[in-house]
Design a protein around this ligand. Sequence first.
Ligand code: SAH
Length: 321
Amino acid sequence: MYTTYEISNTEINKFKHIPVMAEAVIEYVVTPEAGLYLDCTVGLGGHASMILESSPHSRLIGIDIDPQAIKLATENLKPYKDRVILFNGNFADLDYIMDQLAIDENFDGIVMDLGVSSIQLDSPERGFSFRANGPLDMRMDQSKGDPVYYDLERLSIKELETIIREFGEERFARRIATNIINTNKVSPIKTTTQLAEIIERSKPRYSENIHSATRTFQALRIYKNQELSNLSIGLEKAISLLRPGGRISVISFHSLEDRIVKHAFQKHERGCECPPEFPKCVCGKRSSLKIITRHPLIPKGEEVSANPRSRSAKLRVAEKI
Ligand code: SAH
C-alpha cells in the first residue's frame, strides 16, 4: 500500500530540510541487512531516505500526524516507493496504526525525531513561528480541532499561566498570561505577531540568549498538540514493537521531552517497578531494554552551524533485550 498525492515540484523545492544527527541515527540503529524500520515522525522523509539508502533491502513504515508532511514524504521517498508505506496518524496510536496496516512483524529499528519540521516552522500560515506573521494556529494536524487562538479565548489566567510555566519553563508566566487574557478581552489575539508583541511587553528587557517569545510559543505548541502525553504513550507502544536486538532512537529538543525519554528507557532497563522498601519483587517485571547511550548524544558544532534546528537536539538510543 502506498499513498499518492498531487504536489508540484516548486512546492517541494521551496523547503530545505536537513535531518538532525542523521549519521548517528544510522550508525546506532540501522544495519546493512534487510530489516523492517519504523519512522514515527517521517516529516519530509530526511531520516527515512537515509535509512532506506544505507540499508538497501530494508522496508520502512513512515508515520506523521501532519497530512502535509505525508504529502511531501510521499514525493521525497518516491525512489524507494516499493519499500515504503506511509501513514497519516499520531504515534500515540501506534497499535491502532499497525492494525490498520495489518503489520504483525516487530521492528529492527525505530526512530522518533520530535517537535516540528523546518517546513512547519517556516510556513507562516501554520502559526508556529513568531518570526513571521500568520494566524496563531499551531496545530500539527490542521484537519482536526481549532487553532490555538480559540484556546486563548477559553482559558483562565491561572490555566494559561500553568501552561506557560510548565511547558515553556518561563519565569514570567504570570505576567504574560495576565496580559494575554486581558488584551484578548479588548481585542482578540489572532496572529503570531500580536502574541509575540504582548509577550515582549510582559518581560523585562534583559538579554536571554533566546527570543523573548520562544518559551511561550513552545508552551502553547506543546499544549495544543498534547506533545508530552503523546510522547509518553508513543514511546511505550514503540518499545513494545521492537524485536529483541532491535534499537530505538529518539531525538528531543527540550528538557521536558528528554526527561520523558530518559525515564522511559531507565524504567524498561530496571524492569522491576516495586517500591524500594519491598523486600522482594512482587510485580514480576523484567528488564526489557539496554540503554546504549548513557548520556545523550548532541550534534557537533559544524552541524549546528549548518542546521540551526539541530541546536538543542539530544539523541538517546536503547536496545530491546
Ligand atoms: N525526521 C524528519 C523530520 C521530522 S520533524 C525528516 O528528516 O524529514 C518532526 C515531525 O514529527 C513533524 O513532521 C511533525 O508533524 C511530526 N510529529 C509530531 N508529533 C507527532 C505525533 N504525535 N505523531 C506523529 N507525528 C508527529
